[in-house]
Ligand binder design. Structure first.
Ligand code: F42
Length: 145
C-alpha cells in the first residue's frame, strides 16, 4: 500500500521548492544538488502522523538504497531520522519510478562502512559533513517491502 496522509510541506524554502519541482515534473531527475542525483522519500511523521516528503541524495546499490542522515554535518539528527524509526514503511521515488520500501537503521559497523563508502562515492560532500559533527552520521538501508 502506498504511503498517504495529510501532506505537510517542509518548512525549509529550498527543500520545499525541490519537492514541488519533483511533483510538477513527476521526475526526481528534474532536481539535483551540485550535479548529483536526488531521490524522494514519502514518510509518516512520528508525532504528527502527517505525510512528509524528504528529498535525499541518491545512494543505490543492486536495487537497495541508502538514506544518509547527514543534515549538512549539523550536531543533531534530522527530524526524519526519528520518523523512520517510528514509521519505517515508506515510498521511495527514483526518477519516475516509486517503490514501497522499509527503512532499516544500519547498526553493524562493517555493513555501515560499506554503505558509507557508497554514500561518499555518490555525494563526496558527505565526507566533509562527517568531519563537522561528533555524531556518527546514521545510515538507513531502504529495502523492498
Ligand atoms: N538531508 C540529509 O540529511 N541528507 C541528504 O542526503 C539530503 C539531501 C538532500 C537533497 C535535496 C534536498 O532538497 C534536500 C536534501 N536534504 C538532505 C535535506 C532534507 O530533505 C531535510 O530537509 C533535512 O534533512 C532536514 O530534515 P528534518 O526532518 O530535520 O526537517 C526539518 C527542517 C523539518 O521539516 N522539520 C519539521 C518542522 O516543522 O520543524 C518537522 C518535520 C517532522 O517530520 N515532524 C515530525 C512529525 O511527526 O511530523 C516529528 C516532530 C518532532 O518533534 O519529533
Amino acid at each position: 500500500m502506498s504511503i498517504s496522509g495529510d501532506y505537510e510541506p517542509s518548512p525549509t524554502d529550498w527543500v520545499r521548492q525541490q519537492v514541488d519541482k519533483i511533483a510538477e515534473t513527476g521526475d526526481t531527475g528534474s532536481v539535483d544538488i551540485r550535479g548529483r542525483a536526488v531521490v524522494l522519500l514519502s514518510m509518516i511523521g512520528g508525532k504528527s502522523g502527517k505525510l512528509r516528503k524528504v528529498p535525499l541524495m541518491r545512494v543505490e546499490h543492486d536495487g537497495v538504497y541508502a538514506a544518509v542522515a547527514s543534515l549538512g554535518g549539523a550536531p543533531q539528527h534530522p527530524v526524519w531520522y526519528y520518523n523512520l524509526l517510528a514509521n519505517p514503511d515508506i515510498d521511495l521515488q527514483d526518477g519516475t519510478t516509486t517503490t514501497p520500501r522499509r527503512a532499516r537503521l544500519v547498526t553493524d559497523e562493517a555493513e555501515r562502512a560499506v554503505w558509507w563508502e557508497r554514500a561518499v562515492e555518490a555525494y563526496p560532500d558527505y565526507a566533509d559533513y562527517q568531519t563537522k559533527t561528533e555524531r556518527v552520521i546514521p545510515i538507513f538501508v531502504l529495502e523492498p517491502r
